[in-house]
Ligand binder design. Structure first.
Ligand code: ATP
Length: 494
């Protein structure tokens, strides 16, 4: 990104965004004092607020605004047979290749896509596209010999050793396992769930019966998932421990593709309503369908490293419920009184990564603006979050530390803090305080000055325009409440 150019650049390079996220308390590398742990990250004070706001918005959308969706919170550990039925024990594999010189292991699709990205960067987009197309064709047929030949013939080398001394391509299971019970006893292997969906499938009848749910209905869940990703790259885009927000929608067999279309439409609109630019959102149909799906699409966002999956929408058929029914011997059927029939429902799922959604919003919000020219050239960096998801909604500043202004400002904090996350700052010049709030994306800064003591008005400064207006203290709650409310987002969805 060109910071010296006049104008506004909303999408910074990933490395600028990563350092901003660390410096201003959004995301830290995990256990950093020990040099970190690859592909594991911690959320800092502002990061956790942003992430919680995104999760809460998703949760409200699903369980509060939609009428026929309820939530659950299933455990991370599940009876290991769950993963046998779902196909993860035998089939949760990605084709991998080892470089014999560096001993590094790569996911084949990542290695080839990395090479294609280099080709594209060098101005050879056609070659890049054709390479990815060939790879997808081999992947679709599980043709690992063809894939290896492609890697060799294209001279795709290991980024570490620089050689093309590759092993054969093999499958590698991505599930983490651990042992339950004391080690001295007969210990059983359990898995850290690689997706939250199975906690929903195994609870399908519990929820349906206790909630007296009628098909079509959905079950939503937010929770951690774990995958032993081999090549973990691109910051929080691909982590080993991450969070999913999944919703399984149970429908009458034969109607699933209509619901699939509906959810595609609903979900892409949701992302746009939250402030992600429509030009940076697109659908990507799966070339190769997973064993459980009869239709699948990704909603991709244009991250600084290109269009990549943020959410998956899958028509999962009755694969999972049937597999659990077969292995457990327990019926997973629903009696549909409208048509007087018992059946195993079909499922359409929407699955979005909370961390990828977070990254999309961080990238989209990261704005470096240059105004003026020559001597008056000024640069300003700020995070242009939708006010509803901003970590802090308003910051209250007394103009000076004396004359009763801090006390008045504290009264305003007291007035607002039960409804909004507010900050109070009195250190440094007011300009510096504005800058600090810009850097964490606070939409409103409220300044208390001498006039406030006389007429109970304050200035309210708007982050994106840096313009100010004077308003009465009594109006603050309603004003900030409206601007930061989730309602405004839902209004756009209607
Ligand atoms: P990818 O192809 O990028 O590995 P996937 O197709 O395996 O992703 P799904 O199994 O469909 O992903 O999971 C649903 C969502 O969970 C994804 O759209 C993504 O937002 C999120 N997700 C999956 N793997 C990771 C990860 N390693 N780190 C962060 N988020 C992830």
């Amino acid at each position: 990104m060109e910071t010296k150019q006049k104008g506004v650049t909303t999408e910074g390079k990933l490395k600028d965004i990563i350092s901003h996220a660390k410096e201003y308390g959004f995301v830290f590398p995990s256990s950093e004092i020990y040099d970190g742990l690859a592909a594991v990250y911690d959320y800092g004070p502002f990061g956790v607020e942003l992430k919680n706001n995104l999760k809460s918005l998703w949760w409200k959308t699903m369980t509060q605004v939609e009428e026929n969706i309820v939530g659950i919170d299933a455990a991370i550990f599940m009876q290991p047979l769950t993963w046998k039925a779902s196909g993860h024990v035998d089939g949760f594999n990605d084709p991998m290749i080892d470089n014999k010189d560096s001993q590094k292991r790569y996911r084949v699709d990542h290695l080839v896509e990395g090479h294609a990205a280099n080709l594209e960067e060098a101005g050879n987009k056609n070659a890049a596209d054709s390479l990815v197309e060939k790879m997808n064709a081999f992947l679709a047929k599980d043709d690992f010999t063809g894939l290896k030949e492609l890697i060799i013939s294209e001279k795709i080398s290991c980024p570490v050793s620089g050689t093309v001394n590759w092993s054969d391509i093999r499958q590698f299971n991505l599930m983490f396992s651990t042992k339950i019970g004391s080690v001295a006893e007969e210990a059983d292997v359990v898995y850290l769930r690689p997706e939250t969906a199975q906690g929903i499938f195994v609870n399908f009848l519990n929820v349906q019966k206790t909630g007296r749910m009628k098909i079509p209905f959905g079950i939503a869940q937010i929770g951690k998932a774990f995958r032993n990703e081999i090549v973990a790259r691109q910051f929080i885009f691909r982590m080993r421990e991450f969070e999913q927000m999944e919703m399984q929608f149970f429908v009458r067999p034969g109607t699933e593709l209509d619901w699939y279309q509906k959810w595609k439409d609903v979900r892409i609109k949701w992302h746009a309503a939250l402030g992600l630019s429509s030009e940076k959102l697109k659908f990507h149909n799966h070339d190769k369908l997973a064993h459980y799906a009869n239709a699948a699409v990704d909603i991709e966002y244009e991250f600084p490293f290109g269009f990549k999956e943020m959410e998956g929408i899958h028509s999962r058929t009755d694969f999972d419920l049937k597999a659990h029914q077969d292995l457990s011997g327990k019926k997973m059927q629903y009696f549909d009184s409208e048509i007087n029939q018992n059946y195993v429902p079909y499922v359409v799922e929407t699955s979005v990564g909370a961390d990828r959604l977070f990254l999309a919003h961080l990238c989209s919000a990261f704005t470096q603006e240059t105004t003026g020219e020559g001597e008056t050239l000024k640069e300003r960096t700020y995070l242009k979050f939708h006010p509803a998801i901003a970590p802090i909604k308003a910051a209250v500043f007394p103009l000076t530390k004396k004359d009763g202004l801090p006390e008045k400002a504290q009264e305003i904090v007291e007035l607002l803090k039960y409804d909004f996350n507010v900050a109070y700052e009195e250190k440094d010049s007011i300009g510096k305080r504005y800058t600090r709030q810009d850097l964490i994306g606070t939409p409103f800064c409220i300044a208390v000055d001498h006039q406030t003591l006389e007429d109970n008005t304050v200035t309210i400064r708007h982050r994106d325009t840096a313009t100010q207006e004077r308003i009465h203290i009594d109006d603050l709650n309603t004003r900030i409440g409206y601007e930061t409310s989730f309602r405004r987002i839902f209004e756009k969805l209607r």
